[in-house]
Structure formats: structure tokens, C-alpha cells
Design a protein around this ligand. Structure first.
Ligand code: 9G3
Length: 570
């Protein structure tokens, strides 16, 4: 492709509303343009990378035996009413009406549509197993779309759905997809982890997320430094420490802590540290219950673990007036002593002694509080967020925490949708059996953005060869110098005849700005055709990733470059 005949406009300035580097660089390198909040156009350069990821996904899904279909963007409400999800989702589900006032939605995911296909097309166990997938546009009306393609409202997803006769079959389908995902993200050149994840409200019994490690990642994950265990921090298990608390050494004493409400302020005021405090959270559940949850002062509540313990869908911190009503004091002074609420506590509290708690009295705390003597706990459980240094629940090694970008998510769905929609097959006894399902998603655009998050420097993108928009960039330093033009054109033609994807920068611009663009675009191999080196019969090759420069004899350049592309692809 010739730059002068391409539509590619790089930007010198970083757009102000782009907060993460991938968003900034994908705008500046002319890959995407915003149409509306969370809605983007892929310009030619961006589309090339998107298609590369799609093709890797397609190849590995086909290799895993999945069959490609294409389902509609616009989905009739009836299907979502059958599954019961029409009422379950709020404004995130974009509902529309057609000219006859019939209700539809823009599909955010396609469990209902694909289960409808299955119940019509799959009637006998002999047809199983089946795995149907699509690469298709989704819409989710996120409250705060941001970070460019990383959290868009309209986005391209590969979503696959497996159908099996029983749980064992579904487990095999899940394992096949898990391995296919590992191949996909490895081929994309990404550093990723597959982590145990919460099944959320999609239902089903197990799920794993595929996380690209990057500081801008919205998810927190932990991985063990000694074994394969890795989990989303929402799911990471923390076992019971086991040992018991040391015997009480102090009497409980009320101390004044005027206007000291936060853990940090109280610890500072009482000249101690947060891990010597026990914080009392007053929590309300969607089932209308108010409970007190105790955690060591320096820990965070894991709400998903609390919901699992209480058997509710969500929890939130009680509003101030409820805290006052329940504890007799404003928030910041709540404590377990004399509290007339169910008291739950994280395992860690069970091994603490002589600690500080709110006194359920304005501007007062107790020091020297001890379990048993001063208050009782109804249930101890794993209720806190895991952090670096915590023990691995599998091998006792150390957990390390990372930020991750979720690019893939695989779920065991069981019969949640097939039962609701009566998707069955006749088994070998002629009996109707409800199909066992799994569902498997990859954010294709998000994968491109995650690759940029993980592969860039201060000058711009550093594309992994398998998903680079072009493989070689040939820059004419001076397009007015006939020798330069001839050599560059010759190389351009020879590379194309070898099937190499090459962008020829034939613009009549200052060399400096062309070099800056070369760094920004991040095409892996960059050849500079300049008059001086030509006189010595050579071209300059620079590796975008290492910055390493070598001189290539003109006669060998095309073969050498083609070999380097092949080496970088496998
Ligand atoms: C909705 C809306 C948003 C949603 C969903 C439904 C996420 C929803 C979970 C999934 C599960 C899997 C198949 C591919 C892999 C992920 N956000 N989920 O179900 F109505 Cl508005 O999508 N689906």
C-alpha cells in the first residue's frame, strides 16, 4: 500500500478525552475515530489489525471443531422474555421498537438466539456435540463507556455456544475452548493469564477469564508464584488461617477519638497501625437484610464472597441514617460490642486479640477488645479481597496481584437457557434430554487495544507481528531523489511479490516527521531508503521492538525481510 494513496492521518497531539495509552495511540496512529461515546469507526489501519485478530480467532475456533454462524444484531423481545432476561436487565440493554411498535433489543449477547437455533436444528443426540460461534457486533449501553475500544458500547465479540447431551460432554467442550483460547492469545503475541472467575449472574457452574496483564487493566487478578493457580480477585479463595487468637492481654477500655472516623485517622491518633483495628461495615442486601461485617482494618470487603455467604444478589453499604439507627453512632464509630445485628467476620478476625473497634458512640473507640469476652461473631468466613503476599489456596505459595484486561471469558452454563427455552434432544433411549451448554466470548476489538496496552513505548505502538496492520514499512527519505525512489519502489514490488504486507511511505514530507510516524505506527520491520546508504548499496533496517539497526545489502533485502517476517510469525 502506498501512503499517499491510503487514508491514514496520524495526530501529533494526544486527544484530551483519551485516558489510557491504547486509546491515545489508536487515535493518534489513525486506527479508530470516535463517532459517539463508546462507538467507534475502524479506519483502514485499525481494521487491518482487527481482521488479523478475527482471523486468528476463526482459525482456532475452526480447529477446535466449532462451526461459524451469524446471528442478527436486532433481537425480538419474545426470546428474552422466554429466558426471563427481558425484565432482568436495566438500561444497559438497549431496547427499541420497530414501525409496528414491536419490542426488540440490540443484542448484548446471544444465548437466547442461539438456543432458539439449537432447539429447532438439533433434535437428536447423534448430532452432538455442537459448538456454534459468530464474530458479530454487540451493543451494551454502558453507563460510563471509556478507554476507547476497551470499554465501548458497540463492540465486536466472538461468542461461541456449545451444546452437549450431559455435563461430561459440556466439560469436554469447555476444556476444548479453554485450550483454543490459550492458542489464540498466544498467537496474538499477548502475555495473558487464564484465571478462575466468578460466574456472575449469567448462571452456570464455572468460569475462567483470560486476562492480558497491563497496568491500565480494570480487573485485579492474583496468581501464585509456585503453582498454576490464578484467579480474579473477586473469586480468589483465602483459606481459614487455622491458628487461634493469642489470649487477651488487655482489658477493654473506651478511648476518645474526636472526629477520627477513618481507619487511618484512628490508627494515627491512637499511635497504632490499621492491622490492629477491626472495622465494622454495616451492609444492606438486596433481600432487605442489614448485617455487620468485621474485617481487619487494612483489608477490603469482597462483596461477591459476602453475597455467596448470605445467598443474595448484591450488597451495598448502609446509608448513614441506617448506621446511626443500628449502632447509635454516626458512621466511623460502628463496632461489634453490644451491637444488635447479625455479626459476620472474615477468618482473619478470629486470630486477632487486643484490637481496636468502634464504640458505637460518637468520637469513641474501644481498645483492648477481644472476641468471646467482649462480643460474639455468628459466622467466620472468607470475606476479604486477596492481596499480594496472601497464601495460595492450592499450594500455600505466595499470591502476586496484577491488573488485567479481560479479553476472553468462558462459562459453563449448564441448562439455564436450554431448560428455560425447552431445547432438548432425543437420547439413545428415545427420551427427551435438556441440552447442556457452555458459552465462550472474546472481545476482538478489546484484544487489539490490550495488545497496544502491552506493546508500546514513549514513541508509539510496537506491534506483535501476527496482528500488525502491516509487516514492513518502507520509508523513502527523499521522494525527490530518483535513486531513492527507484530502490524503494523495487523493494516494495519484491516484497509484495513475496506476499509481504508492506506500507510504502512515499510522502513528500520532512524525514523527521516521517520517522516519528514510523515509530508511532509501530510496524515491526522498518526499512529506510536514503541516498547516502544507497551509494554504498545498502538500506537501513530497524526492528521497532528492539530499536536494533542493521544495514541490508540491496540485493538481499527482500529475502532477508521476508525471512524475518516468517520468523516473527511462528
Ligand atoms: C445483557 C447485557 C449485558 C450483559 C449481558 C446481558 C454480560 C450478559 C454475560 C455474558 C456471558 C457470555 C456469551 C459470550 C461470552 C460471555 N453483559 N453478560 O449476559 F443483557 Cl445488557 O455475555 N455471553
Amino acid at each position: 500500500m502506498r501512503y499517499t494513496q491510503y487514508m491514514l492521518n496520524t495526530l501529533k497531539e494526544t486527544p484530551s478525552d483519551a485516558e489510557v495509552i491504547s486509546h491515545q495511540l489508536m487515535l493518534r496512529s489513525g486506527m479508530i475515530r470516535k463517532v459517539a461515546a463508546g462507538i467507534y469507526s475502524y479506519l483502514p489501519l485499525g481494521l487491518r489489525s482487527l481482521r488479523k485478530v478475527e482471523n486468528i480467532v476463526r482459525e482456532e475456533m475452526n480447529r477446535a471443531g466449532a462451526i461459524e454462524i451469524l446471528m442478527p444484531m436486532v433481537v425480538p423481545a419474545e426470546l428474552w422474555e422466554e429466558s426471563g432476561r427481558w425484565e432482568q436487565y436495566g438500561k444497559e440493554l438497549l431496547r427499541i421498537k420497530d414501525r409496528k411498535e414491536s419490542p426488540f433489543c440490540l443484542g448484548p449477547t446471544h444465548e437466547e438466539v442461539v438456543t432458539d437455533i439449537a432447539r429447532r436444528e438439533i433434535r437428536s443426540y447423534r448430532q452432538l456435540p455442537v459448538n456454534l460461534y459468530q464474530i458479530q457486533t454487540k451493543f451494551r449501553d454502558e453507563i460510563r463507556p471509556r478507554f476507547g475500544l476497551m470499554r465501548g458500547r458497540e463492540f465486536i465479540m466472538k461468542d461461541a455456544y456449545s451444546f452437549d447431551l450431559d455435563e461430561q460432554g459440556a466439560d469436554q467442550a469447555y476444556e476444548k475452548m479453554y485450550q483454543a483460547y490459550r492458542r489464540i492469545f498466544t498467537r496474538c503475541g499477548l502475555n495473558f493469564r487464564a484465571v478462575e472467575a466468578d460466574t456472575g449472574n449469567i448462571g452456570g457452574s464455572a468460569s475462567h477469564e483470560f486476562m492480558v496483564l497491563a497496568d491500565a487493566g480494570e480487573d485485579a487478578i492474583v496468581s501464585c508464584d509456585s503453582c498454576e493457580y490464578a484467579a480474579n480477585v473477586e473469586k480468589a479463595e483465602l483459606g481459614d488461617p487455622g491458628q487461634s487468637a493469642a489470649a487477651a492481654a488487655q482489658e477493654m477500655k473506651k478511648v476518645l477519638t474526636p472526629a477520627r472516623k477513618t481507619i487511618e485517622d484512628v490508627a494515627l491518633f491512637l499511635e497504632t497501625s490499621a492491622d490492629q483495628l477491626v472495622k465494622t461495615l454495616i451492609v444492606q442486601t438486596d433481600t432487605g437484610e442489614t448485617v455487620a461485617v468485621l474485617l481487619r482494618g487494612d483489608r477490603e470487603l469482597n462483596e461477591i464472597k459476602l453475597c455467596r455467604l448470605l445467598g443474595c444478589n448484591w450488597v451495598e453499604m448502609a446509608p448513614e441514617e441506617l448506621v446511626v439507627k443500628a449502632t447509635g453512632a454516626p458512621s466511623g464509630f460502628a463496632g461489634p460490642v453490644g451491637l444488635k445485628l447479625r455479626i459476620l467476620a472474615d477468618f482473619e478476625v478470629a486470630v486477632m486479640s487486643d484490637f481496636i473497634v468502634g464504640a458505637n458512640e460518637k468520637d469513641a473507640h474501644y481498645t483492648g477488645a477481644n472476641l468471646g469476652r467482649d462480643f460474639a461473631v455468628e459466622t467466620f468466613s472468607d470475606l476479604r479481597q486477596a492481596v499480594s503476599g496472601d497464601p495460595c489456596p492450592r499450594c500455600g505459595g505466595k499470591l502476586q496481584s496484577w491488573r488485567g484486561i479481560e479479553v476472553g471469558h468462558v462459562f459453563k452454563l449448564g441448562t439455564k437457557y436450554s431448560a428455560a427455552m425447552n431445547a432438548t434432544v432425543l437420547d439413545d433411549q428415545g427420551q427427551d434430554q435438556v441440552l447442556y451448554m457452555g458459552c465462550y466470548g472474546i472481545g476482538v476489538g478489546r484484544t487489539v487495544a490490550a495488545a497496544v496496552e502491552q506493546n508500546h513505548d514513549e514513541h508509539g505502538i510496537i506491534w506483535p507481528m501476527p496482528i500488525a496492520p502491516f509487516q514492513v514499512l518502507v520509508t523513502m527519505v527523499n521522494p525527490k531523489d530518483q535513486a531513492v525512489v527507484e530502490a524503494a519502489e523495487a523493494l516494495y514490488g519484491e516484497l509484495q511479490s513475496r506476499g509481504i504486507e508492506v506500507l510504502l511511505d512515499d510522502r513528500d514530507e520532512r524525514p523527521g516527521s516521517k520517522f516519528k510516524d514510523a515509530d508511532l505506527l509501530g510496524i515491526p520491520l522498518r526499512v529506510t531508503v536514503g541516498a547516502r546508504a544507497l551509494k554504498e548499496g545498502s538500506l537501513e533496517l530497524q526492528q521497532r521492538s528492539s530499536g536494533e539497526r542493521t544495514m541490508l545489502p540491496i540485493a538481499e533485502a527482500a529475502d532477508a525481510l521476508a525471512q524475518q517476517v516468517r520468523d516473527a510469525l511462528c
